[in-house]
Design a protein around this ligand. Structure first.
Ligand code: F6P
Length: 365
Protein backbone atom coordinates (compact mmCIF):
# COMPACT_ATOMS: atom_id res chain seq x y z
CA UNK A 1 0.00 0.00 0.00
CA UNK A 2 1.20 3.52 -0.85
CA UNK A 3 2.45 5.66 2.03
CA UNK A 4 0.20 8.74 2.17
CA UNK A 5 3.04 11.20 2.64
CA UNK A 6 4.55 9.91 -0.61
CA UNK A 7 1.48 10.48 -2.76
CA UNK A 8 2.58 12.99 -5.40
CA UNK A 9 0.28 12.25 -8.27
CA UNK A 10 -3.44 11.50 -8.27
CA UNK A 11 -6.19 11.02 -10.84
CA UNK A 12 -9.90 11.73 -10.85
CA UNK A 13 -12.65 10.12 -12.91
CA UNK A 14 -16.41 10.44 -13.24
CA UNK A 15 -18.37 7.21 -13.78
CA UNK A 16 -22.00 6.25 -14.39
CA UNK A 17 -24.83 8.58 -15.35
CA UNK A 18 -24.03 12.26 -14.99
CA UNK A 19 -25.41 14.39 -12.15
CA UNK A 20 -25.44 18.14 -11.54
CA UNK A 21 -22.40 18.99 -9.40
CA UNK A 22 -19.87 16.66 -11.04
CA UNK A 23 -17.82 19.58 -12.34
CA UNK A 24 -17.88 21.24 -8.92
CA UNK A 25 -16.36 18.08 -7.39
CA UNK A 26 -13.70 17.86 -10.12
CA UNK A 27 -12.81 21.52 -9.55
CA UNK A 28 -12.49 21.03 -5.79
CA UNK A 29 -10.29 17.91 -6.15
CA UNK A 30 -8.04 19.62 -8.70
CA UNK A 31 -7.69 22.87 -6.76
CA UNK A 32 -7.08 21.13 -3.43
CA UNK A 33 -4.62 18.69 -5.02
CA UNK A 34 -2.64 21.36 -6.86
CA UNK A 35 -2.76 23.56 -3.74
CA UNK A 36 -0.96 20.78 -1.87
CA UNK A 37 1.69 20.43 -4.57
CA UNK A 38 0.27 17.31 -6.22
CA UNK A 39 0.07 16.54 -9.89
CA UNK A 40 -3.59 15.90 -10.77
CA UNK A 41 -4.70 13.89 -13.78
CA UNK A 42 -8.18 13.51 -15.26
CA UNK A 43 -9.33 10.20 -16.73
CA UNK A 44 -11.78 10.78 -19.55
CA UNK A 45 -15.01 8.86 -20.09
CA UNK A 46 -15.11 6.94 -16.84
CA UNK A 47 -13.53 3.54 -16.32
CA UNK A 48 -13.51 2.99 -20.10
CA UNK A 49 -10.95 5.82 -20.35
CA UNK A 50 -8.79 4.09 -17.73
CA UNK A 51 -8.62 0.99 -19.96
CA UNK A 52 -8.16 3.04 -23.14
CA UNK A 53 -5.50 5.30 -21.59
CA UNK A 54 -7.49 8.52 -22.08
CA UNK A 55 -5.69 10.57 -19.45
CA UNK A 56 -5.03 14.31 -19.36
CA UNK A 57 -3.20 16.56 -16.93
CA UNK A 58 -5.57 18.85 -14.99
CA UNK A 59 -4.58 22.45 -14.33
CA UNK A 60 -6.22 25.38 -12.59
CA UNK A 61 -7.08 26.81 -16.02
CA UNK A 62 -8.69 23.55 -17.07
CA UNK A 63 -11.23 23.76 -14.26
CA UNK A 64 -11.81 27.52 -14.45
CA UNK A 65 -15.47 28.48 -14.84
CA UNK A 66 -16.88 24.97 -14.46
CA UNK A 67 -18.51 25.34 -11.00
CA UNK A 68 -22.05 26.07 -12.27
CA UNK A 69 -21.82 23.90 -15.38
CA UNK A 70 -23.93 20.74 -15.66
CA UNK A 71 -22.58 17.42 -16.96
CA UNK A 72 -18.91 16.51 -16.55
CA UNK A 73 -15.96 18.03 -18.42
CA UNK A 74 -14.28 14.62 -18.20
CA UNK A 75 -17.10 12.72 -19.91
CA UNK A 76 -18.66 9.60 -18.44
CA UNK A 77 -20.37 6.34 -19.32
CA UNK A 78 -22.58 3.93 -17.44
CA UNK A 79 -21.45 0.95 -19.50
CA UNK A 80 -17.73 0.27 -19.10
CA UNK A 81 -16.44 -2.08 -16.41
CA UNK A 82 -12.68 -2.87 -16.71
CA UNK A 83 -13.30 -6.22 -14.97
CA UNK A 84 -15.80 -7.20 -17.68
CA UNK A 85 -14.82 -5.05 -20.63
CA UNK A 86 -16.15 -5.36 -24.20
CA UNK A 87 -13.47 -6.25 -26.78
CA UNK A 88 -13.90 -7.24 -30.43
CA UNK A 89 -12.75 -10.72 -31.43
CA UNK A 90 -13.50 -12.11 -34.90
CA UNK A 91 -16.27 -9.54 -35.38
CA UNK A 92 -17.89 -10.49 -32.08
CA UNK A 93 -18.04 -8.67 -28.74
CA UNK A 94 -16.19 -10.66 -26.08
CA UNK A 95 -16.13 -9.45 -22.46
CA UNK A 96 -12.66 -9.65 -20.84
CA UNK A 97 -10.93 -8.61 -17.60
CA UNK A 98 -8.93 -5.51 -18.63
CA UNK A 99 -8.25 -4.28 -15.09
CA UNK A 100 -4.51 -5.07 -15.42
CA UNK A 101 -4.22 -2.85 -18.49
CA UNK A 102 -6.15 -0.09 -16.71
CA UNK A 103 -3.76 -0.23 -13.71
CA UNK A 104 -0.71 -0.24 -16.04
CA UNK A 105 -1.97 2.92 -17.71
CA UNK A 106 -1.95 4.65 -14.32
CA UNK A 107 1.48 3.24 -13.38
CA UNK A 108 3.01 4.54 -16.64
CA UNK A 109 2.19 8.07 -15.50
CA UNK A 110 3.18 7.41 -11.86
CA UNK A 111 -0.43 7.96 -10.79
CA UNK A 112 -0.59 6.57 -7.26
CA UNK A 113 -4.17 7.15 -6.14
CA UNK A 114 -7.61 7.60 -7.67
CA UNK A 115 -10.71 9.65 -6.82
CA UNK A 116 -13.80 7.90 -8.19
CA UNK A 117 -16.87 10.15 -8.46
CA UNK A 118 -19.72 7.75 -9.06
CA UNK A 119 -22.82 5.83 -8.07
CA UNK A 120 -23.25 2.23 -7.03
CA UNK A 121 -21.73 0.71 -10.19
CA UNK A 122 -18.62 2.92 -10.03
CA UNK A 123 -18.27 2.34 -6.27
CA UNK A 124 -18.27 -1.41 -6.85
CA UNK A 125 -15.57 -1.12 -9.53
CA UNK A 126 -13.59 1.30 -7.31
CA UNK A 127 -13.84 -1.16 -4.45
CA UNK A 128 -12.48 -3.98 -6.67
CA UNK A 129 -9.51 -1.81 -7.70
CA UNK A 130 -8.92 -0.95 -4.05
CA UNK A 131 -8.81 -4.65 -3.20
CA UNK A 132 -6.17 -5.04 -5.96
CA UNK A 133 -4.01 -2.48 -4.09
CA UNK A 134 -4.91 0.80 -5.80
CA UNK A 135 -5.50 3.57 -3.24
CA UNK A 136 -9.06 4.73 -4.01
CA UNK A 137 -11.34 7.37 -2.48
CA UNK A 138 -14.95 7.69 -3.62
CA UNK A 139 -17.45 10.55 -3.85
CA UNK A 140 -21.17 9.60 -3.84
CA UNK A 141 -22.87 10.84 -6.99
CA UNK A 142 -26.40 10.22 -8.21
CA UNK A 143 -29.62 12.12 -8.56
CA UNK A 144 -31.33 9.02 -7.08
CA UNK A 145 -29.88 9.49 -3.54
CA UNK A 146 -29.80 5.69 -3.24
CA UNK A 147 -26.24 5.22 -1.93
CA UNK A 148 -26.06 3.97 1.68
CA UNK A 149 -23.76 5.54 4.27
CA UNK A 150 -24.61 9.11 3.32
CA UNK A 151 -27.68 11.27 3.88
CA UNK A 152 -27.20 12.98 0.53
CA UNK A 153 -25.62 12.30 -2.81
CA UNK A 154 -24.86 15.41 -4.82
CA UNK A 155 -27.21 15.98 -7.78
CA UNK A 156 -30.28 14.92 -5.79
CA UNK A 157 -31.20 18.42 -4.67
CA UNK A 158 -31.09 19.73 -8.26
CA UNK A 159 -33.20 16.83 -9.57
CA UNK A 160 -35.80 17.38 -6.83
CA UNK A 161 -35.92 21.10 -7.65
CA UNK A 162 -36.52 20.38 -11.35
CA UNK A 163 -39.28 17.87 -10.52
CA UNK A 164 -40.94 20.22 -8.02
CA UNK A 165 -40.90 23.01 -10.60
CA UNK A 166 -42.53 20.64 -13.13
CA UNK A 167 -45.24 19.84 -10.57
CA UNK A 168 -45.96 23.54 -10.03
CA UNK A 169 -46.42 23.91 -13.79
CA UNK A 170 -48.59 20.80 -14.07
CA UNK A 171 -50.68 22.03 -11.14
CA UNK A 172 -52.06 25.07 -12.96
CA UNK A 173 -52.84 23.27 -16.20
CA UNK A 174 -54.38 20.32 -14.33
CA UNK A 175 -56.63 22.71 -12.43
CA UNK A 176 -57.70 24.58 -15.60
CA UNK A 177 -58.63 21.39 -17.48
CA UNK A 178 -59.96 19.34 -14.52
CA UNK A 179 -57.53 16.56 -15.38
CA UNK A 180 -55.48 14.01 -13.54
CA UNK A 181 -51.82 14.77 -14.21
CA UNK A 182 -49.25 12.05 -13.65
CA UNK A 183 -45.57 13.02 -13.43
CA UNK A 184 -43.04 10.19 -13.85
CA UNK A 185 -39.70 10.93 -12.24
CA UNK A 186 -36.38 9.05 -12.14
CA UNK A 187 -34.82 7.33 -9.13
CA UNK A 188 -34.41 3.71 -10.26
CA UNK A 189 -35.46 1.40 -7.41
CA UNK A 190 -35.62 4.17 -4.80
CA UNK A 191 -38.44 6.64 -4.25
CA UNK A 192 -36.42 9.56 -2.90
CA UNK A 193 -36.91 11.95 -5.85
CA UNK A 194 -40.66 11.19 -6.02
CA UNK A 195 -41.07 11.58 -2.26
CA UNK A 196 -39.21 14.89 -1.93
CA UNK A 197 -40.54 16.42 -5.17
CA UNK A 198 -44.07 15.25 -4.36
CA UNK A 199 -43.98 16.92 -0.96
CA UNK A 200 -42.40 20.10 -2.38
CA UNK A 201 -44.85 20.26 -5.29
CA UNK A 202 -48.04 19.49 -3.34
CA UNK A 203 -48.82 16.13 -4.99
CA UNK A 204 -52.03 14.34 -3.99
CA UNK A 205 -50.53 10.87 -4.55
CA UNK A 206 -46.89 9.81 -4.40
CA UNK A 207 -46.08 6.34 -5.70
CA UNK A 208 -42.68 4.87 -4.89
CA UNK A 209 -41.02 1.47 -5.50
CA UNK A 210 -40.86 0.80 -1.76
CA UNK A 211 -44.69 0.79 -1.51
CA UNK A 212 -46.36 -1.25 -4.30
CA UNK A 213 -49.60 0.61 -5.03
CA UNK A 214 -53.27 -0.36 -5.26
CA UNK A 215 -55.14 1.39 -8.05
CA UNK A 216 -58.28 1.49 -5.87
CA UNK A 217 -56.49 3.57 -3.23
CA UNK A 218 -55.49 6.14 -5.87
CA UNK A 219 -59.01 6.27 -7.31
CA UNK A 220 -60.44 6.72 -3.81
CA UNK A 221 -58.17 9.75 -3.33
CA UNK A 222 -59.17 11.27 -6.69
CA UNK A 223 -62.88 10.74 -5.89
CA UNK A 224 -62.55 12.17 -2.39
CA UNK A 225 -61.04 15.30 -3.95
CA UNK A 226 -63.85 15.51 -6.51
CA UNK A 227 -66.42 15.40 -3.72
CA UNK A 228 -64.68 18.40 -2.17
CA UNK A 229 -64.88 20.27 -5.47
CA UNK A 230 -61.23 19.66 -6.30
CA UNK A 231 -61.75 18.46 -9.86
CA UNK A 232 -58.11 17.76 -10.64
CA UNK A 233 -55.38 15.64 -9.06
CA UNK A 234 -51.59 15.54 -9.22
CA UNK A 235 -49.78 12.24 -9.00
CA UNK A 236 -46.00 11.72 -8.83
CA UNK A 237 -44.85 8.25 -9.75
CA UNK A 238 -41.26 7.04 -9.46
CA UNK A 239 -40.09 5.17 -12.56
CA UNK A 240 -39.52 2.09 -10.37
CA UNK A 241 -43.02 2.08 -8.81
CA UNK A 242 -45.33 -0.82 -9.62
CA UNK A 243 -48.81 -2.08 -8.66
CA UNK A 244 -49.34 -4.69 -5.97
CA UNK A 245 -49.06 -8.08 -7.66
CA UNK A 246 -47.86 -6.36 -10.85
CA UNK A 247 -44.51 -5.72 -12.49
CA UNK A 248 -41.97 -2.98 -12.78
CA UNK A 249 -41.97 -1.09 -16.14
CA UNK A 250 -38.84 -1.66 -18.22
CA UNK A 251 -38.08 0.62 -21.17
CA UNK A 252 -34.83 -0.91 -22.45
CA UNK A 253 -31.93 -3.24 -21.73
CA UNK A 254 -28.40 -1.82 -22.06
CA UNK A 255 -25.88 -4.62 -22.55
CA UNK A 256 -22.52 -4.16 -20.83
CA UNK A 257 -23.95 -1.82 -18.22
CA UNK A 258 -23.49 -2.59 -14.51
CA UNK A 259 -27.27 -2.26 -14.18
CA UNK A 260 -28.68 -3.39 -17.54
CA UNK A 261 -32.32 -2.50 -16.94
CA UNK A 262 -33.56 1.00 -17.81
CA UNK A 263 -36.90 1.81 -16.25
CA UNK A 264 -39.74 3.78 -17.84
CA UNK A 265 -43.40 3.65 -18.77
CA UNK A 266 -44.99 3.33 -15.33
CA UNK A 267 -46.60 6.80 -15.55
CA UNK A 268 -48.24 6.29 -18.93
CA UNK A 269 -49.62 2.90 -17.88
CA UNK A 270 -51.09 4.43 -14.73
CA UNK A 271 -52.63 7.41 -16.57
CA UNK A 272 -54.38 5.11 -19.08
CA UNK A 273 -55.70 2.88 -16.33
CA UNK A 274 -56.98 5.81 -14.27
CA UNK A 275 -58.71 7.34 -17.29
CA UNK A 276 -60.48 4.11 -18.18
CA UNK A 277 -61.55 3.43 -14.58
CA UNK A 278 -62.65 6.97 -13.59
CA UNK A 279 -63.61 8.56 -16.90
CA UNK A 280 -61.47 11.60 -15.96
CA UNK A 281 -59.00 12.65 -18.63
CA UNK A 282 -55.58 11.62 -17.36
CA UNK A 283 -52.23 12.63 -18.86
CA UNK A 284 -48.66 11.64 -18.18
CA UNK A 285 -45.48 13.74 -18.34
CA UNK A 286 -42.13 11.93 -18.24
CA UNK A 287 -39.42 14.24 -16.93
CA UNK A 288 -36.50 11.96 -17.87
CA UNK A 289 -32.99 13.36 -18.29
CA UNK A 290 -34.16 16.96 -17.74
CA UNK A 291 -33.69 16.04 -14.06
CA UNK A 292 -30.00 15.30 -14.66
CA UNK A 293 -28.95 18.09 -16.99
CA UNK A 294 -28.19 21.73 -16.42
CA UNK A 295 -26.84 23.86 -13.66
CA UNK A 296 -26.64 22.49 -10.10
CA UNK A 297 -28.46 24.22 -7.23
CA UNK A 298 -26.43 26.21 -4.69
CA UNK A 299 -26.87 23.30 -2.24
CA UNK A 300 -25.38 20.82 -4.73
CA UNK A 301 -22.48 23.18 -5.57
CA UNK A 302 -21.65 23.53 -1.89
CA UNK A 303 -21.99 19.80 -1.16
CA UNK A 304 -19.93 18.89 -4.26
CA UNK A 305 -17.19 21.30 -3.24
CA UNK A 306 -17.11 19.89 0.31
CA UNK A 307 -16.99 16.34 -1.06
CA UNK A 308 -14.17 17.17 -3.51
CA UNK A 309 -12.03 18.81 -0.83
CA UNK A 310 -12.69 15.96 1.62
CA UNK A 311 -11.81 13.33 -0.99
CA UNK A 312 -8.48 15.02 -1.74
CA UNK A 313 -7.79 15.28 2.02
CA UNK A 314 -8.40 11.53 2.38
CA UNK A 315 -5.60 10.97 -0.13
CA UNK A 316 -3.15 13.27 1.73
CA UNK A 317 -3.94 11.54 5.01
CA UNK A 318 -3.74 8.02 3.60
CA UNK A 319 -7.40 7.36 4.39
CA UNK A 320 -7.77 5.15 1.32
CA UNK A 321 -10.71 2.85 0.65
CA UNK A 322 -13.24 5.40 1.93
CA UNK A 323 -16.24 7.17 0.49
CA UNK A 324 -16.82 10.71 1.72
CA UNK A 325 -20.35 11.11 3.05
CA UNK A 326 -22.74 13.60 4.64
CA UNK A 327 -24.15 12.86 8.08
CA UNK A 328 -25.81 15.41 10.36
CA UNK A 329 -24.35 18.12 8.10
CA UNK A 330 -20.79 16.88 8.68
CA UNK A 331 -18.55 15.29 6.10
CA UNK A 332 -17.46 11.86 7.31
CA UNK A 333 -15.61 8.85 5.84
CA UNK A 334 -17.28 5.49 5.28
CA UNK A 335 -15.37 2.34 4.14
CA UNK A 336 -16.33 1.62 0.52
CA UNK A 337 -16.48 -2.15 1.17
CA UNK A 338 -19.27 -1.55 3.69
CA UNK A 339 -21.51 0.08 1.10
CA UNK A 340 -20.56 -1.31 -2.33
CA UNK A 341 -23.42 -3.33 -3.77
CA UNK A 342 -25.92 -2.11 -1.14
CA UNK A 343 -28.85 0.29 -1.56
CA UNK A 344 -30.49 3.09 0.40
CA UNK A 345 -34.28 3.02 0.16
CA UNK A 346 -37.20 4.89 1.70
CA UNK A 347 -38.33 3.02 4.83
CA UNK A 348 -41.78 2.90 6.45
CA UNK A 349 -40.33 4.99 9.31
CA UNK A 350 -38.97 7.74 7.12
CA UNK A 351 -39.86 11.07 8.68
CA UNK A 352 -40.84 12.69 5.38
CA UNK A 353 -43.00 9.74 4.38
CA UNK A 354 -44.81 9.97 7.71
CA UNK A 355 -45.18 13.75 7.29
CA UNK A 356 -46.75 13.12 3.88
CA UNK A 357 -49.25 10.71 5.40
CA UNK A 358 -50.06 13.26 8.11
CA UNK A 359 -51.02 15.89 5.55
CA UNK A 360 -53.24 13.45 3.65
CA UNK A 361 -51.04 12.42 0.75
CA UNK A 362 -51.99 9.02 -0.67
CA UNK A 363 -49.06 6.62 -1.10
CA UNK A 364 -51.15 4.07 -2.95
CA UNK A 365 -51.49 1.68 -0.01
O1 F6P B 1 -29.03 6.66 -11.77
C1 F6P B 1 -29.37 7.85 -12.38
C2 F6P B 1 -30.44 7.61 -13.43
O2 F6P B 1 -30.78 8.86 -14.00
C3 F6P B 1 -31.68 6.91 -12.93
O3 F6P B 1 -32.55 7.73 -12.21
C4 F6P B 1 -32.25 6.38 -14.21
O4 F6P B 1 -33.04 5.23 -13.99
C5 F6P B 1 -31.02 6.03 -15.01
O5 F6P B 1 -29.95 6.78 -14.46
C6 F6P B 1 -31.14 6.35 -16.48
O6 F6P B 1 -29.98 5.94 -17.13
P1 F6P B 1 -29.65 6.31 -18.63
O7 F6P B 1 -29.06 7.68 -18.64
O8 F6P B 1 -28.70 5.27 -19.07
O9 F6P B 1 -30.95 6.29 -19.38
Amino acid sequence: MINASKVKSIAVLTGGGDAPGLNAVIRAVVRTGIGHGLKVWGIKNGFGGMVENQVIEMTDEYVAGILPRGGTILGTTNRDNPFNYPTMQGGKTVYKDMSGQALNNLRQRDIEALVVIGGDGSLKIGSEFYQLGLPVVAVPKTIDNDIPGTERTFGFDTAVGVAADALDRLHTTAESHHRVMVLEVMGRYAGWIALHAGIAGGADCILIPEIPFQIDAIIAKIEERQQRGRLFSLIVIAEGAYPQGGEISVSRIVEGSHEKIRLGGAGEKLARQLESLTGIESRCTVLGHVQRGGTPTAFDRVLSTRYGVAAAECLFEGAFGNMVALRKNEIIRVPIVDIAGKANNVTANDELLKAGRSIGICFGD
